[in-house]
Design a protein around this ligand. Structure first.
Ligand code: GUN
Length: 293
């Protein structure tokens, strides 16, 4: 007990972005080309607009060219598929990302399935998710948030092999690929979710906890094994009249009490979030290196 070490995702992500910039410059030197990322945004959801703006800005800062497709909320699925296919065949584009969620009138699986697996920098295509799930295969891309969490563990010197890991949440974007990734790294993985009868004793056995449910401050100190590494993927708005927008973001972990018990903990904001974007850039760089070299 005492005080957990803070895992500074903001600082680690900045280090990674500078490593990426060096590699982008080298690629440019060697091939005369830079990595290109296409970012598709449909509609005007505030959170999606914010994420997309951050992703495009991060590209610019490391020298990745970004290609924008901002489509209206009422665009047809057919039109989105057409845009994706054009990006698939554009040789200046090495990564394609469709910001989720899509409007209800669209089948988001149909859209993500249309992205070429070779350009699927989000790692959501079934060919990549399938390869991630299989022991003797290597996916072309690993989803950005799980990959960022793994990188935080590695760069913080936290052992994974042989440890008990518990993932809270089973989403396609985070919980499920996180479980597959930690299992590939030889952790013993449990997943708890909304229908788990009694999650506390399962979480309490874990040396590594990844909270990705979207439930503000639901992980309490009583659930956490002393010395565990706790990664908080949650970004939940809670009302706060003193803030410009009228809210602040809190994680899925009750930070102030869990930090007294954990060995390592990520803050919100400044923990996992910046790593998601850094891993998107990394996936895009690796894709361009594969295609151009
Ligand atoms: N929506 C929430 N997270 C993500 C993500 O990582 N990628 C995309 N494309 N959409 C998201």
């Amino acid at each position: 007990s005492g005080q957990a070490k803070l895992i500074d995702g903001k600082e680690i992500a900045a280090t990674i972005r500078s490593e990426i910039k060096v590699e982008v410059d080298k690629l440019k030197e060697a091939t005369g080309k830079v990595p290109g990322l296409a970012v598709v945004l449909v509609g005007t959801r505030g959170d999606s607009e914010t994420y997309v703006r951050s992703k495009r800005k991060a590209c610019e800062e490391v020298g990745i060219a970004s290609f924008d497709a901002d489509l209206p909320e009422d665009v047809s699925e057919e039109e989105v598929l057409k845009v994706v296919k054009e990006f698939n065949s554009n040789p200046d584009i090495h990564g394609i990302l469709v910001q989720l969620p899509l409007p209800k009138h669209m089948d988001s699986y149909k859209v993500t399935d249309a992205i070429s697996p070779e350009k699927d920098v989000d790692g959501f295509h079934p060919a990549n998710i399938g390869a991630l799930a299989m022991r003797d295969r290597t996916p072309l891309f690993v989803p950005c948030t799980p990959k960022g969490c793994l990188e935080l563990l590695k760069r913080s010197g936290i052992q994974i092999s042989g440890r008990n890991a518990c993932i809270i949440g089973r989403s396609n974007i985070v919980g499920t690929p996180m479980a597959m990734l930690l299992q590939r790294h030889d952790a013993t993985v449990s997943v708890v979710h909304s229908r788990t009868a009694d999650p506390a004793p399962i979480v309490s056995r874990a040396d590594i906890v990844v909270a990705a449910v979207g439930n503000a401050e639901m992980v309490r100190a009583a659930w956490v094994k002393p010395g565990a590494a706790v990664l908080d993927v949650g970004t939940n708005p809670v009302e706060d009249a003193s803030k410009k927008r009228g809210y602040r973001l809190v994680g899925d972990v009750a930070f102030e009490e869990v930090r007294q018990k954990a060995g390592h903990i990520t803050p919100v904001p400044g923990g996992v979030g910046p790593m998601t974007i850094a891993m998107l850039l990394k996936n895009c760089l690796e894709s361009a290196q594969r295609i151009l070299q």
